[in-house]
Design a protein. Structure first.
Length: 95
């Protein structure tokens, strides 16, 4: 029970940091997507995340990544700031 409380506190602290922690250049969309994938993997391993929920989150992340690639392809490999902001908001929602 104590480990669940500690895990919850750590996750809560990560959420409290919010998207501002990801605004730095080194936290680009791909890095955030990877970090969220790793969180899902850890959640499955420690039992804090069920298989159905993990599948749903992974599908959301895949959809976001596919949209990112599509938008970049439409803009000569670049992602417009408005598109990046929208994708960041979607990642915030998944997180």
């Amino acid at each position: 029970m104590r480990s669940i409380f500690i895990t919850g506190a750590l996750v809560g602290a990560a959420f409290a940091i919010g998207s501002s922690a990801f605004a730095a250049d080194d936290w680009d969309l791909n890095h955030r997507e990877q970090w969220l994938q790793e969180r899902v993997d850890r959640g499955l391993q420690d039992g804090s995340l069920g298989a159905a929920e993990a599948k749903h989150v992974r599908q959301d992340l895949e959809d976001i990544h596919e949209e990112q690639v599509r938008l970049q392809d439409a803009n000569d490999g670049e992602l417009r700031e408005s598109d990046s902001d929208r994708l960041e908001m979607r990642l915030d929602h998944v997180a």
